[in-house]
Design a protein around this ligand. Sequence first.
Ligand code: HEM
Length: 184
Amino acid sequence: MFSSPRYALPARLMHWIVALGVLALYPLGLWATSRAEANLWDDLTNTLYAWHKTIGFAVLILMVLRLVIRVRGVAPPYPRNLAAWEISAATGTHHLLYLLLFIVPLLGWAGVTAFPALGILAGMHLPAMPFLPTGEPLAMSLFDWHANMAFVLGALLILHVLAAIRHLVVKRDGVVDRMWFGSN
Ligand code: HEM
């Protein structure tokens, strides 16, 4: 098996912390909105929204850090037997993932600013997004975009995970090791 060097530790940590956060955001967001649609405005619904907004905003902040780490660092090389189309597909997907990992939380933050519904966990409040007016129609349209873009992001994440499984199980070419933990 070909073993390439790994991404730097901060880049790997960021990858897996953001992945865990995003994984939690889907059930929280879907559960919260399904309860809201059923008009169930109780403590559980509020808690689900509060967790979703808190983790979502944390993901946004982590993505800023992650982008800085990514542009300042160097990606480890791919194994030499990777086809050109595989490298282009990977690079294209990764760029789109970065873009959507900014767009989706920014739309969520814009929505709660416009609504306004900035309360999060422990009685704290998010800062309002600067220069954005408030108003329920604007908030509803921002939430629609937030949901639609979250589903596009979800589809890309599934593609990303399937590609990783292919490298790990079928090709066994060490591509996934570059983002994992170990001695080198
Ligand atoms: C990568 C980050 C995020 C992901 C993947 C994500 C994903 C989702 C998903 C899947 C839904 C359910 C959509 C639906 O069924 O209509 C949702 C709803 C929601 N999200 Fe997020 N979200 C993220 C970040 C944020 C942030 C940062 C905020 C606010 C600070 C936020 C606020 C909301 C709100 C308020 C709803 C409910 C909208 C409604 O009632 O229509 N989200 N999100």
